[in-house]
Design a protein around this ligand. Structure first.
Ligand code: ASP
Length: 346
């Protein structure tokens, strides 16, 4: 796009509260179509943008999201990439951080904005946060740097007052309008009277990078959440889940777990069978530092990979992505400890 041309943005509507209406019989919210949503945002015409839209069918509550839905979103971006300056994905909040993380990995070489947003209140409600979120997301998708390149060159979540890196964000509230946060990475922009970008935090795509989408996500991964009282039988049962290739182990504090021999043995056995175990912290802030305590050190010694400060959402989707590439366990383990889309700090 030349600096004077009208920005052309594609809205990809997937569902979520933003487009929901009440079921007349039960009063429960259910997804509705894009025309209803857009009719409720007349101000959109005040933006001097060309706006196109596609909907994934049918619109869903994001609790129903599966990797096939991510593929559909990625396909919509891929098929419209050259014709559009940016993309706004309307999505439910419940699994938004998973989708944002997944898209960040699947959209290799991305150099345009993919801004995901939604709302806590449906667009038809008087106090909705949806209208403001949609308009701000469109403005961010159209924003440019001084050299004319897109201001945002990555997948990001816009919600109320902040723009977050998609694979660093987590849903932190079921009530507040500021429903998302990155606990280990600064906001990409602060939204108040104006949109104030944090230039130091924004991703800079490699010069000349080309979009190279990857559709395959391998779902043979699980979360294993540690808690005092976890038994050997349960642990071994989970680690022996048929087909499982990767385990995101949600450990205590700085990456700690029980020092009991049965625990270490069960993990070692799984790792020797080729299962990749990634250690992420249950804490929302900070990350894994297994050198700090003997209990964490023992896990590292048996081959558990440190996820450092990665979010659970980014950890599980990164595993799905890496196994989806058809990589072997050792290569996956190595790639997990290396940032590929700014999802973890070294
Ligand atoms: N259950 C809804 C969804 O994730 C919640 C929301 O959109 O806020 O689709």
């Amino acid at each position: 796009m030349g600096t004077n041309a009208k920005p052309r943005i594609l809205i990809i509507y997937t569902g979520g509260t933003i487009g929901m209406i009440e079921n007349p019989d039960t009063g429960a919210l259910q997804p509705f179509d894009f025309d209803h949503l857009i009719d409720n945002v007349p101000k959109i015409k005040m933006l001097k943008f060309t706006i196109d839209h596609v909907s994934t069918e049918p619109p869903i509550d994001s609790s129903d999201m599966v990797p096939e839905n991510w593929q559909e979103i990625v396909r919509a971006i891929h098929d419209n990439y050259d014709r559009h300056d940016g993309f706004v994905v309307l999505h439910g909040t419940d699994t938004m951080a998973y989708t944002a993380s997944a898209l960040s990995f699947m959209l290799d070489g991305l150099n345009k904005p993919v801004i995901i947003t939604g709302s806590q209140l449906p667009i038809g409600e008087v106090r909705t946060d949806g209208e403001e979120n949609l308009i701000t997301a469109l403005q961010i998708a159209a924003a440019r740097r001084k050299d004319g390149s897109p201001m945002v060159q990555e997948v990001a979540i816009l919600f109320e007052n902040y723009l977050w890196r998609g694979n660093r964000a987590t849903k932190i509230s079921a009530d507040n309008f500021n429903a998302f946060k990155s606990n280990n990475y600064p906001s990409l922009a602060k939204i108040g009277l104006g949109i104030h970008f944090n230039h130091d935090a924004l991703w800079c795509a490699a010069p000349g990078s080309k979009l190279n989408v990857k559709y395959e996500m391998d779902p043979n991964v699980i979360f294993l959440n540690l808690f005092p009282g976890l038994t050997e039988i349960t642990l071994r049962h989970l680690l022996n889940t048929p087909g499982v290739k990767g385990v995101v182990l949600k450990s205590y504090g700085a990456g700690n777990g029980p020092s009991a021999q049965w625990f270490i043995d069960a993990l070692s056995d799984a790792i020797q069978r080729g299962i990749v175990v990634l250690n992420v912290s249950q804490c929302v802030n900070g990350g894994v530092n297994t050198r700090r305590y003997v209990t964490g050190d023992r896990m590292a010694a048996c081959g558990v990979v440190s996820g450092r400060d990665i979010t659970s959402e980014a950890a599980i989707t990164k595993m799905m992505y890496l196994f989806g590439l058809g990589l072997d366990s050792q290569t996956v383990a190595e790639a997990l400890s290396t940032p590929i889309r700014g999802e973890l700090s070294l």
